[in-house]
Design a protein around this ligand. Structure first.
Ligand code: AMP
Ligand code: MG
Length: 492
């Protein structure tokens, strides 16, 4: 029996120009490679009586899954239209290699998009082949599951199916389809598309839909569009603080990759930083460092500005007033971001109530780390007194020992002292992140030798990132030679 879903199709209630109904393209020889049973269980997908062939047929896009009854119909696949600012330039886009099968309603009543990525050409494919390489699909699977384990809001990965076809990139690659799961695929770029290509009524319908789906508390608000912009801003700040807390660099923060509910997704060339430096960039296409680690907060604001531009006619009938109102939200972003980041950084050094002293302690620590090229993750572990940091050399220097003495004094004055600080730091500072060299090693073993041992171990280890148990040093050390030459690729 093919796996069963509990689908709804609310996206089909939106103006028709926002999507194209299209079935996934069939693959030559589907084969199941990965299936995330824990996630399938949470989603309420029925797969107990499905053979691997039946799973592969659905997750490679060859068979459209059936629903569970009249209230929950069969899959009704569609590709979404959107636009976006890519590296600052406006473009009309859309799902060029993905289709949404439907929205799965979970046993606890939540709604998740079930999307096949790499499932063939759509009207939005432009020159692309609509396909995805196995390496890009495995990378997204591994990173998304690790990010989830680290407590970062992000899309999830349900399945990887091989297509049995070859995808031509720099060289021939095996083709694969990823099943991506997320609360929706509403992007800042979806609003840009509606503003540019559709009527004001359509834009307003899209806003109502987005509010119903992600911010139902705003439904009765008089100034809905403005309240929406404020809410998106808050979620965006929250998300980027999570990225900065864990050393994550998204790599391609184009507005089409900015989710309106503050969820990380479309993280093609992303990576986690080892040695701390705010200018760290790994993406091979980000020559100017637009999306460097330390630029992410500012880009968040830039992207919100684009979203605000798209929402203007809904913010106020009078365009000058609309601009003024939007600007008041955008102008608050820097202070709100700084406050949220200060809370995060203070938490990382065990201070629950941020103040000026916490701020300078946090910033000084970062500047010592930058100077010494110290490992971002392990510096906070050193602070927590964990020997798993191993490479202690930078911390035996005067800047760090003096800093530590000042910090100890502060912690002694904190309510709850060291114990409370330790508990707080435990929650903020992962002992394990998916280190770039391990990600690459896991991916090449999986892709070239069909060996998923490290791939699985890494997800499992990151799953215990905040446990109060000693970490396996295999997962905690940065590569001895550093990673200044590490490059990530969009890998479509
Ligand atoms: P991404 O870099 O994944 O955010 O994609 C940017 C845009 O390019 C989106 O509209 C994708 O649908 C499209 N795209 C990426 N790869 C392909 C491909 N192989 N075939 C068709 N469209 C693609
Ligand atoms: Mg994208």
């Amino acid at each position: 029996m093919h796996p069963t879903f509990n689908f709804e199709h609310s996206y089909l209630t939106l103006p028709e120009k926002l999507y194209t109904r299209i079935a996934p393209q069939k693959s030559a020889a589907p084969e199941m490679l990965l299936f995330n049973e824990a996630l399938a269980d949470r989603l309420g997908i029925g797969y107990a009586e499905s053979s691997d062939e039946e799973l592969a047929a659905v997750f490679a896009g060859n068979v459209l899954p059936e629903g569970t009854g009249t209230d929950h119909p069969d899959a009704s696949p569609l590709a979404q239209a959107y636009a976006g600012h890519q590296f600052g330039h406006f473009t009309i886009l859309g799902d060029g290699r993905a289709v949404l099968l439907g929205e799965q309603i979970t046993p606890d009543g939540k709604r998740f998009d079930i999307q096949l990525k790499g499932s063939g050409r759509t009207p939005y494919s432009r020159g692309g082949d609509g396909r995805a390489t196995l390496s890009s699909v495995l990378r997204e699977y591994l990173i998304s599951e690790c990010m989830h384990a680290l407590g970062i809001p992000c899309s999830r990965s349900l399945a990887v199916a091989l297509t049995g076809e070859t995808v031509m990139r720099d060289r021939p690659h095996p083709g694969a389809v990823l099943t991506r799961v997320t609360e929706s695929h509403l992007r800042a770029g979806t609003f840009e598309f509606a503003r540019q290509m559709l009527t004001e009524k359509d834009l307003s319908d899209l806003l109502d839909y987005a509010i119903r789906r992600h911010y139902p508390q705003l439904e009765e608000r008089p100034e809905k569009a403005l309240a929406f912009l404020e809410a998106v801003s808050r979620q965006q700040i929250n998300l980027i603080c999570h990225w900065m807390r864990t050393g994550f660099i998204h790599g391609v923060m184009n507005t089409d990759n900015m989710h309106i509910a503050g969820i990380s997704f479309d993280f093609g060339p992303c990576a986690f930083m080892n040695a701390y430096h705010p200018r760290t960039v790994f993406s091979s296409i980000d020559h100017a460092g637009r999306y460097a680690f330390g630029k992410q907060a500012g880009i968040g604001q830039w992207n919100l500005g684009v979203l605000a531009g798209a929402l203007l006619p809904l913010i106020d009938k009078d365009s000058d007033t609309a601009v003024e109102k939007a600007r008041s939200v955008l102008n608050r972003y820097p202070a709100e971001f700084s406050e949220a980041w200060l809370r995060t950084l203070s938490g990382k050094i065990g201070i629950a109530q941020p103040d000026e002293e916490a701020k300078s302690l946090g910033e000084n620590l970062l500047s010592h780390m930058q100077e010494a090229r110290a490992d971002y993750t392990n510096t906070f572990r050193w602070l927590m007194g964990h020997a798993d940091a191993k490479d202690e050399a930078p911390y035996n220097t005067t800047p760090f020992t003096e800093w530590r003495a000042a910090w100890e004094k502060r912690i002694a004055r904190e309510e709850g002292g060291h114990e409370a600080a330790a508990a707080l730091m435990q929650k903020q500072n992962p002992k394990i992140i998916p280190r770039n060299h391990l990600v690459e090693e896991a991916l090449s073993a999986a892709e070239e030798r069909e060996n998923f041992t490290l791939f699985t171990e890494l997800i499992e280890a990151v799953g215990h990132a905040y446990d109060d148990t000693p970490a396996d040093p295999r997962f905690t050390l940065p590569p001895p030679e550093g990673d200044a030459d590490y490059r990530t690729f969009c890998g479509t």
